[in-house]
Design a protein around this ligand. Structure first.
Ligand SMILES: [Fe+2]
Length: 176
């Protein structure tokens, strides 16, 4: 048996109630690159936060809001990220001390393109970008600044195999 539902139950709404959705615009690759240039040109805002850690890259978030975030990363010789994505975020980075090499994941095959990132160079990328960044110098540290929009919520790590990139793990923001 199907019982009827009084009309007044289905039509009751708080008087004057409105539903508002705040859409926060994300920064474009160009805007992120400008933000990276801006912070790179203001070492007084981050130089005292540079640390070196023999256990792995040292990183610290130096700004975050609803739209984007900034990170400072310090690299000893040999330290690297491994291949990773950025969870669908746009990103940009630049080196403010030393130099880094960026390996960009190939669309096919196993030969990743290596692109040096020296001081003053800004790399910007879109939401599907996968790369591996490392300090290949024998005896020089490197320091870099990174911007992401929206702020990173997850990152997937990959291994470059003869068959291409294979996802190995996904890290969420809570684990950083
Ligand atoms: Fe990255």
């Amino acid at each position: 048996m199907i019982s009827s539902v009084p009309d007044d139950i289905t039509t009751q709404q708080p008087q004057g109630a409105t539903v508002s959705t705040v859409v926060v615009p994300h920064l474009s690759q160009r805007e992120l690159a400008e933000e990276v240039r801006r912070i790179a040109g203001r070492p007084a805002e981050w130089v005292s936060r540079v640390r070196l850690d023999p256990e792995g890259r040292w990183y610290e978030q130096i700004h975050v809001d609803d739209r984007y975030e900034l990170w400072l990363i310090s690299w000893l010789p040999g330290q690297s990220t491994g291949f990773h994505d950025h969870g669908g975020a746009n990103g940009a980075f630049s080196v403010v001390w030393g130099a880094l090499d960026e390996r960009v994941a190939p669309r096919s095959g196993i030969a990743a393109a290596v692109r040096p990132v020296t001081q003053g160079v800004v790399r910007a990328f879109g939401p599907r970008y996968v790369h591996d960044v490392r300090n290949t110098a024998r005896d020089s540290v490197a320091v870099s600044v990174h911007a992401y929009s929206p702020p990173l919520s997850a990152m997937t790590r990959y291994e470059l195999t003869p068959g291409g990139l294979v996802a190995t793990a996904t890290e969420t923001r809570e684990s950083w």
